[in-house]
Design a protein around this ligand. Structure first.
Ligand SMILES: [Zn+2]
Length: 358
């Protein structure tokens, strides 16, 4: 292609792209960036490959189930293009590791699925003056933009100064996502990365592209940098990483028991009240016998149905929403309430394989 040429190929070969997450968005993005011949492709991820995610996490196959996503991704990408230096960073993308990771790359692709990581990657990229290519998906809709205040656009915090209240925005595993959809959004992210590397075309800096798969429509919104933004504004008040879990209200270090401990208590007929805080459609997919359904969003108005002194175990899909429920209930005087670590997902893995995974 004349727009790329030998010089463009050379630029791609020296380019360094960091992909945060090797899941639904990171899979298509990393595959195409490797195929395009990006010189160095870094990956950060801490999860294992799960069968229920393969419809969208196409870097991985059935033979990889149970492996680290990082290992499976590295094998697949090296197989696709051995000339790409694939670097698997076996660390959590945290306030401690993020600045050093981002410093090693020219462009960052944010393919994460949680708010603490999203704010962290935003802040670190703003400080390091690296473009942060954003993508998100929800059911049948997705969106993408490039956050780059140093190139004239806004950052994530200009749009969302505060995270949503915990529990109000479900992630993909909880809300579901059309498996094909992250393919589209992840590829838009990959295209933006290539344009930024080549210095060619009009990037999504200052524009948000929204895609509705049901209507098959793309819409575009102009975005402006907020001069009052605490990170990229004219007088920033946040200049170093904060405690992102606390900021987003997603701390999960509440009192908890394992699925094995719950099984033992149930088998021994010890008094246990088991509360399921997932959505009704999730309970239709899979449930633990004896669990009572009180969706997290109804917990405030229905907590009087519970006994403040009774031993109560709260569970959800993976243990995040239930941790918020435990935090909330303890703050309201429920002294004997604990979280089920790993949620129904762990129950299915370790106790009862007949409970369907989703
Ligand atoms: Zn900003």
């Amino acid at each position: 292609m004349p727009e790329v040429g030998a010089e463009g190929q050379a630029r791609l070969k020296t380019a360094r792209v960091l992909c945060i997450g090797a899941g639904g968005l990171g899979s298509p993005a990393a595959l195409y960036l490797a195929a395009a011949g990006v010189g160095k492709l870094g990956l950060v991820d801490f999860d294992d490959v799960d069968l229920s995610n393969l419809q969208r996490q196409i870097l991985h196959g059935t033979k990889d189930v149970g492996r680290l996503k990082l290992d499976s991704a590295r094998d697949r990408l090296r197989d696709l293009n051995p000339n790409v230096a694939v670097v698997a960073h076996e660390v959590r993308f945290s306030a401690d590791t993020a600045p050093d990771l981002v410093a090693q790359y020219d462009v960052v692709i944010d393919g994460c699925d949680n708010f603490p990581t999203r704010y962290l990657s935003n802040d670190v990229c703003v400080w390091a003056k690296k473009p942060n290519i954003y993508g998100s998906v929800f059911r049948f809709e997705g969106q993408s933009t490039v956050f780059a205040p140093h190139l004239g656009g806004p950052c994530y915090r200009c749009l969302f100064p505060e995270p949503p209240p915990p529990g109000t925005v479900p992630n993909c595993a909880e809300a579901g996502v059309l498996g094909v959809l992250p393919g589209i959004i992840g590829l838009i992210q990959a295209i933006e990365a290539i344009k930024l590397i080549l210095g060619n075309g009009e990037t999504l800096v200052g524009r948000l592209l929204h895609f509705d798969a049901l209507k098959m429509k793309f819409r575009e919104f102009n975005l402006r940098r907020d001069t009052q933004c605490p990170v990229c504004g004219d007088a920033p008040t946040i200049t170093a990483p904060v405690d992102y879990e606390s900021f987003c209200g997603t701390r999960t270090d509440v009192p908890a028991i394992s699925v094995h401990e719950l099984k033992r208590r149930l088998d021994d007929n010890e008094p246990v009240r088991l509360i399921d805080v997932r959505e009704p459609f999730e309970a239709e997919l899979a449930r633990i016998d004896s669990a009572e359904l009180i969706p997290l969003r109804q917990l405030g108005e229905r907590m009087e149905e519970l006994d403040r002194d009774a031993y109560t175990v709260v569970h959800c899909h993976t243990g995040l929403r239930s941790a918020q429920a435990v935090q909330f209930l303890r703050a309201n005087g429920f002294r004997n309430v604990v979280n089920l670590a790993g949620g129904i997902d762990a129950w299915s893995d370790e106790i009862d394989p007949n409970v369907q995974k989703y």
